[in-house]
Ligand binder design. Structure first.
Ligand SMILES: NC(=O)c1ccc[n+]([C@@H]2O[C@H](COP(=O)([O-])OP(=O)(O)OC[C@H]3O[C@@H](n4cnc5c(N)ncnc54)[C@H](O)[C@@H]3O)[C@@H](O)[C@H]2O)c1
Length: 249
């Protein structure tokens, strides 16, 4: 119970990595408010957590919905200790010739601009509590990825935004870090594999891409998020690779 009686907000918490983060903070004793576009999964998850997590339906690309969710969640608990910006998407792989400028703008709205808006809305509460922000970026935001120019650029932006905010918010007592997962088996990973010509092969390749010889789990992302929030008190502006060593060698 390393985060007992703290209040946490998570975006995109209905499934995948976000669900793992919601469950890990609840297990650590926190009260969690999470949002998602997916209402059925979100409500079912909140119910299964017996009042320790509250679900709000919200599309993070809609600024008023996102800021409304954050203000409402912070007001309900009367404090805010941690914001986790997790909602995001990886479009199917294709060369740059097949992405439109509008595809890129839409992805930036989801993967990057929503992060800035959520941080801005949450910061008054986080400053008051001496809290912290965790942004979910991606390993490929640092090392690149084939046929994923828009995604890689959006996640590189998340890593850079994290560092810039860490500088600005340090005088206010707020730490800002990112987690860059490598291959974590989630519904999104399965959907991205299903869009390839040979999904079974894509999953097998994903499993063997790590020196640890397997993909990561959403629980493992959740546990790192709780550690960054509760125990890593001299850490700010750092991108934490959670990759099973996929980038090594
Ligand atoms: N799975 C991986 O291997 C991996 C690797 C690196 C980074 N990531 C990042 O981790 C995050 C979560 O990925 P995941 O694999 O769990 O994906 P996922 O699709 O399984 O889950 C993402 C959740 O975010 C929600 N969401 C998407 N768009 C939203 C919107 N506009 N408003 C509100 N909610 C929205 C979805 O409904 C879903 O519940 C993403 O930012 C992704 O880029 C994932």
């Amino acid at each position: 119970m390393t985060y007992r009686d703290k209040a946490v907000i998570v975006t995109g918490g209905s499934r995948g990595i976000g669900e793992g983060i919601v469950r890990a903070f609840v297990a650590a004793g926190a009260t969690v408010a999470f949002c998602d576009r997916r209402a059925d999964e979100g409500r079912a998850l909140a119910e299964s957590l017996h009042g320790r997590a509250v679900f709000h339906q919200c599309d993070v690309t809609r600024e008023t919905e996102l800021t409304g969710f954050i203000h409402q969640a912070a007001a309900a608990t009367g404090r805010l200790d941690c914001l986790v910006n997790n909602a995001g998407w990886h479009p199917p792989h294709r060369p740059i010739d097949d992405f439109t400028a509008q595809d890129f703008r839409d992805l930036l709205e989801l993967n990057l601009i929503s992060v800035l808006i959520a941080c801005r809305a949450a910061l008054p509460g986080l400053r008051a509590a001496g809290g912290n922000i965790i942004n979910i970026a991606s390993l490929v935001g640092s090392i690149g990825q084939r046929h994923a120019a828009t995604y890689v650029a959006s996640k590189g932006g998340v890593i850079a935004l994290t560092k810039a905010l860490a500088i600005d918010e340090a005088p206010h007592g707020v730490r800002v870090n990112s987690i860059s997962p490598g291959n974590i088996m989630t519904p999104l990973w399965r959907e991205t594999a299903a869009a390839t010509p040979d999904p079974a092969r894509a999953i097998a390749d994903g499993e063997t891409a790590q020196v640890l010889g397997r993909m990561g789990t959403v629980d493992e992302v959740g546990r790192l998020a709780v550690f960054l929030a509760s125990g890593a008190t001299f850490t700010t502006g750092i991108d934490h690779l959670l990759t099973g060593g996929a980038e090594l060698g």
